[in-house]
Design a protein around this ligand. Structure first.
Ligand code: CO
Length: 132
């Protein structure tokens, strides 16, 4: 069911420093910062030949990544995103398999429908599905 790895997301305490690290130290193609108010994050995408890295920093007081950064003050891998061809079919299959979703399908950072899956059902890893 799952297809390509769309991105690996890394929560960071300092987005400017993280973007500079990827641009200058690692020599990657780093995009501009984008505020996603409805998701409570500011994102920078790092485009690699085969996938992307999504650098995430909290935006606003109720950011969903603040708790993660409180536990991991220097940052860390927050989630992985896999592409699926049909997000509603994917959700129905996962629910039938007994997996728990976090919230409902909504529009993600790339303007496409996304759904998050409970890390406790997926070996401790938060998984995002994005319709390709
Ligand atoms: Co993501």
């Amino acid at each position: 069911m799952i297809g390509r790895l769309n991105h690996v997301a890394i929560a960071v305490p300092d987005l400017g420093a993280a973007a500079a690290l990827y641009r200058q130290t690692l020599g990657a193609d780093v995009g501009p910062a984008q505020d996603l108010a409805e998701h409570g994050v500011t994102v920078v995408f790092v485009t690699l030949p085969n996938t992307k890295v999504e650098l995430l920093a909290p935006l606003g007081a109720a950011s969903p990544i603040q708790g993660f950064l409180d536990k991991n003050p220097s940052g860390g891998i927050h989630h992985m995103c896999f592409e699926v061809p049909d997000i509603h079919a994917a959700r129905d299959r996962l629910v039938a398999e007994g997996a728990r979703t976090l919230g409902q399908i909504k529009i993600g950072a790339h303007g496409k429908p996304v759904l998050f899956l409970h890390p406790k059902d997926f070996t401790g890893t938060l998984i995002e599905l994005e319709q390709s």
